[in-house]
Ligand binder design. Structure first.
Ligand code: AMP
Ligand code: ZN
Length: 479
């Protein structure tokens, strides 16, 4: 539309302050978001975090920034306990499914992107896999070794956190307090040969009695990389030693991101990113954390099977500020679904009566500015939604055209497909109608390969089909 003049404010975990966002390079943002560990389906808790990161990216783009968004896929080295003990989640997943680690990595990575697409989460500019960067990680660990930050014990090469000034600053605790807290809260066994409880593994040796599916030679012995090293190495590789934003869920503050900062500081003398943003958890009932390893999980597919539009879940996420805990209930999802349907109906009815001037009245500008102010205020989406409801329900001074245009602008950030019902009235070319019918026949015959092939043919024609509980929906992709 135009280049807005407003400033963006973000809450930075590193400084514990709401700060004005100033990019390193004018007009550009380099951002790293920790990606999924692909040993199982991502659950809706994980997706709450990815939706928050997607909203952040969209807000930055709405403000005219060019965003380079990098996300890793963890396909090795993430142990069942974040405290650096237990088994590799990937190997556990492979045993469970009697498949190779590589097969489950491919399968769950694909499912992850399928679900992301259903939630209108933009694909990162660069997606990088840990197993494609083993040589880079070995190189980086060597650098840390040269600088004297590492030591070797029975099960691997460790990072000595005491060697670093200010280790743990992301948590707001000093070194001693962090170690004491860890000791007090230690529910898991830790290797007693570690010099400090906070020390973490950079390279883990393969067990002597068992052959792992994934292992590589290294200067220290056959093994595999620790989980934290992958993000440091890939972040720096694709975004440079120093970039703008690093994100994840709050569980990453005390261990994963703290250790990412430690590794980068040891190598370069400063944290890899200026702004550290963390999303609060999605929880059930009594603040129970929803963990993938707990077995029973709710996925995007689960909510679709229950008859919900996946974007109703996105709407639900937008009703809470990303730094507040969000309690999930089926009732709250139902309310979100109702609200979203009502909003889409408003948009459809506006589109049917699009009278009014396309020029921008001062009132139009006022709404635009208020929206921008809300989203630029540390992503205040509840406020942006409230403004949207005032606009559709109460506003008398704007023409339908202006309201419609504003809603389409807002939807660049919401990404709720607000015009979905409008677009359904677009006309499909007859050959596309025929293909959709054929695909339906294939689906009825459970011939998924043929159905997928037709979906691809339609996509090549710019038509996206989605299977929803209400039947097949289609939309024409804007080009
Ligand atoms: P993981 O695949 O376990 O590495 O998690 C992927 C992302 O989801 C990370 O950014 C986590 O911080 C985040 N996450 C995990 N559980 C939840 C939850 N219940 N609510 C919100 N975010 C979560
Ligand atoms: Zn990470």
């Amino acid at each position: 539309m135009r280049n807005p003049k407003g400033d963006i404010y973000l809450f930075n975990t590193l400084t514990r302050k709401r700060e004005k966002f100033v990019p390193i390079e004018k007009g550009k943002v380099r951002m790293y978001c920790c990606g999924p560990t692909v040993y199982w389906y991502a659950h809706i808790g994980n997706f709450r975090t990815y939706i928050f990161e997607d909203v952040l990216r969209r807000v930055l783009e709405f403000n005219g920034f060019e965003v380079k968004h990098v996300m890793n896929i963890t396909d090795v080295g993430h142990l069942t306990s974040d405290a650096d003990t237990g088994e590799d989640k990937m190997e556990v997943g492979a045993q469970r499914e009697r498949k190779t680690v590589w097969e489950i990595a491919d399968f769950y990575a694909e499912k992850f992107f399928e679900d992301s697409e259903r939630l209108n989460i933009l694909r990162p500019t660069i997606v990088c896999r840990a197993t494609d960067h083993i040589a880079d990680m070995i190189e980086f660990i060597r650098k840390l070794e040269e600088k004297g930050y590492t030591y070797i014990i029975d099960d691997g090469v460790y990072f000595d956190t005491l060697k670093l000034k200010n280790y743990g600053k992301l948590t707001g605790m000093n070194f001693e307090r962090l170690n004491e807290t860890l000791k007090a809260g230690a529910r898991v066994e830790y290797n007693p040969n570690k010099r400090n409880l906070t020390d973490f593994c950079l390279w883990r040796f393969s067990p002597k009695d068992r052959k792992r599916q994934m292992e590589w030679d290294s200067p220290w012995g056959v093994g595999f990389p620790g989980w934290h090293i992958e993000c440091t190495v890939m972040g720096m590789k694709y975004l440079g030693e120093h970039f703008d934003i690093h994100c994840g869920g709050i569980d990453h503050i005390p261990i994963h991101h703290t250790n990412e900062i430690a590794q980068a500081e040891a190598a370069t003398g400063r944290p890899p990113a200026n702004y550290w943003l963390h999303g609060a958890f999605l929880v059930f009932g009594k603040s129970m954390k929803m963990a993938k390893s707990a077995g029973e999980i709710i996925t995007v597919q689960t909510i679709m099977d229950e008859g919900f539009d996946p974007l109703a879940f996105r709407y639900l996420c937008l009703t809470a500020h990303y730094r507040s805990e969000l309690v999930f209930t089926w009732e709250s999802l139902q309310s979100a679904q109702n609200a979203l349907s009502t909003l889409r109906e408003h948009v459809r009815s506006l589109a049917e009566n699009l009278e009014g001037s396309v020029s921008r009245s001062p009132k139009f500008e006022e709404y635009y500015e208020k929206f921008l102010e809300a989203v630029n205020d540390d992503l205040n989406m509840p406020k942006a939604l409230a403004l949207t409801w005032v606009l559709v329900r109460e506003e008398k001074m704007l023409t339908n055209r202006e309201k419609y245009d504003l809603l389409m602008e807002f939807d660049k950030v919401f990404a709720l497909d607000l015009a979905r019902n409008v677009q359904r009235e677009e006309k499909l070319p007859p050959e596309a109608e025929e293909l959709i019918r054929k695909r339906e026949d294939a689906r009825k015959a459970k011939d998924w390969t043929a159905a997928d092939k037709i979906r691809e043919q339609l996509r090549a024609m710019g038509i996206i089909v989605e299977d929803t509980p209400q039947g097949v929906r289609w939309r024409i992709e804007k080009r």
